[in-house]
Design a protein around this ligand. Sequence first.
Ligand code: GRF
Length: 191
Amino acid sequence: MTRIVLFASGSGSNAENIARYFSGNSAISVPLIISNKRDAYVHERARRLGIPSFTFSKAEFDEGSVVIDTLRTYEINFIVLAGFLLKVSQPLLDAYPGRIINIHPALLPKFGGKGMYGDRVHQAVVEAGETESGITIHYIDEHYDEGDIIFQATCEVLPEDTPEEVARKVHALEYAFFPEVIEKVIAKTFV
Ligand code: GRF
């Protein structure tokens, strides 16, 4: 059994979509959700899904031990970042080498790096006059948005599209593809 923790900082619609996708799965489960924001809506989603959720401070994520102890308590062996805004610290990278993946709401290496998150990404895509955007699912390493790319999917950006419209198209791709990409990565990781 692969036990996934979902890290999320905000609304958590991806976290919910992933948890629902694996609900009842005999090989993969989502027994834990973690955030760096106490008031993030993802906690309400977790409560409704019946999944325990915890909040840790940036200092706790950076230092690592209390987060890692919690992951061990829940026998977590794979970490999925689904709208998580903090950089993953070295202790966590060392504890889960090659077992942490992230989704970025644009086509990396474009529109990535520090400060490029959430609506700022879609704003930048529109301002740059891009004709397409999309999602990138990638491994996490010590740099923002630079780990090996696992999967990308694209959507069209029309000249009249607002950042909100681009966000809507990108979210649709996230919901459609992220859970099954997680499933495939896990199948490859734990052979
Ligand atoms: C998603 O677009 C994700 O790719 C990004 O932040 C957004 C989070 O949305 N990094 P939600 O919290 O899953 O609703």
